[in-house]
Write a protein that binds this ligand. Structure first.
Ligand code: SAO
Length: 357
């Protein structure tokens, strides 16, 4: 028996290749190479001009050997995130075009907030995915304490720095989606918009900049209010965007023609999702709409890897919460009374799922 299986093993078909398995299995190496570069502001430094490895070592205060600094930088070159002219001590490093656009902190297009949070929080929490799968319990800073869906915010927001980091992470991950959305969907057909869980008001800002007459309310937990007020003032939109503080599960919500929710429904279990959908249905007028902007998973659950992984991230953050397909969204919204749904594809794995009353 043993001899037969050994014989089979040596007869490996040439078409089989372990490189994909290794790429994903050791994917945390590449992940940390990038996350560390973001944390050390490498791309922001390089946005002002190309630097040698020696120059980078000095600017970043690195104590590793020259060889390991070359390895780190050249790994980023091999991943397509940096460009390089010359080799080793004669090399000059600069940002690749997309890295320069998305990872320079001084540009408005900076999306590194989500990567900063990935480095500071999610990376270590994901080490406990196994515990999450075994127990169904959250694995974030509240691990081991009783916590319901979306309750981790209370603990997170006690720390100003973490609050700001979370806001920047949200704006970072949604920036491209919101910019596309305001060009693909005519918000001006509604007089008023309510953004539930609107964080620092970024969606309302984008909507108002693009659509001249709509009035918005951005609604979030009270500690978030000052951050939203600050952001909205930066764009001189305080006359068009109201900032409201409260708990969208417990408190009454303001009425509006369209209610948006970016990455909100996925933070809840099925029962709470259905309750919130119904609550929104009841406050909308006839002809009103609910829009969820999320990493909607394809109905066959084969394509949208990011959406599936985001759903596991909801296990890590919220326990029994999960991301969902358009078929799920249609089922929940029809049960609440909505007439029809549509899906608007946005950047990469994200879509806007819209339900019309
Ligand atoms: N019970 C609650 N009531 C109001 N806001 C909440 C509640 N629970 C969580 N939030 C907020 O919901 C947001 C989820 S993160 C999503 C933020 C934003 N809509 C986006 O698409 O990027 C955070 O800003 C939380 O502060």
């Amino acid at each position: 028996m043993l001899a037969e299986s050994t014989a089979k093993q040596t007869n490996v078909p040439v078409t089989l290749d372990p490189s994909r398995i290794m790429q994903f299995g050791m994917g945390f190496w590449a992940s940390k190479v990038l996350l560390t570069a973001v944390k050390l502001n490498l791309f922001t430094h390089l946005a002002s001009g190309a630097l040698s490895a020696k120059g980078i070592k000095e600017k970043l205060g690195l104590g590793a050997s020259d060889r390991h600094v070359y390895d780190w930088l050249d790994a980023l070159v091999s991943l397509g995130l940096l460009e390089r002219k010359g080799l080793l001590d004669e090399a000059l490093y600069s940002n690749a075009e997309d890295t320069d656009f998305f990872l320079d902190k001084n540009k408005r297009s900076y999306t590194g907030g989500i990567l900063e949070m990935a480095n500071n929080r999610l990376y270590k929490f994901w080490n406990d995915l196994e515990d999450g799968l075994r127990t169904g319990q959250p694995q974030n800073e509240g691990k081991g304490k009783p916590q319901g869906n979306m309750e981790f915010f209370t603990e997170l927001y006690q720390n100003e720095e973490r609050l700001q980091e979370f806001m920047d992470a949200m704006s970072g991950i949604q920036a491209g989606n919101f910019m596309l959305l305001v060009n693909k969907f005519d918000f001006n057909t509604y007089d008023t918009m309510l953004d539930v869980g609107g964080a620092d008001g970024w969606l309302s800002v984008q909507v108002c900049l693009r659509h001249p007459s709509i009035q918005c309310t951005t609604y979030d937990l009270p500690p978030v209010k000052p951050l939203a007020e600050r952001k909205i003032a930066q764009f001189s939109l305080s006359n068009r965007i109201r900032v409201a503080g409260g708990d969208f599960l417990k408190d009454e919500l303001p009425k509006a023609g369209i209610v948006t929710m970016g990455n909100i429904l996925h933070g809840m279990n099925e029962e709470t999702k259905a309750q919130l959908v119904k609550k929104v249905y009841d406050l909308l007028p006839e002809g009103g709409a609910l829009m969820a902007i999320e990493n909607i998973i394809d109905d066959e659950r084969r394509q949208n890897t990011f959406g599936l992984l985001m759903s596991l991230n909801m296990l890590i953050e919220n326990g029994d919460a999960f991301d969902y397909t358009m078929a799920d969204f249609e089922r929940w919204t029809k049960a609440a009374g909505f007439k029809r749904t549509e899906r608007i594809p946005l950047a990469g794995p994200t879509s806007a799922a819209v339900a019309h009353k």
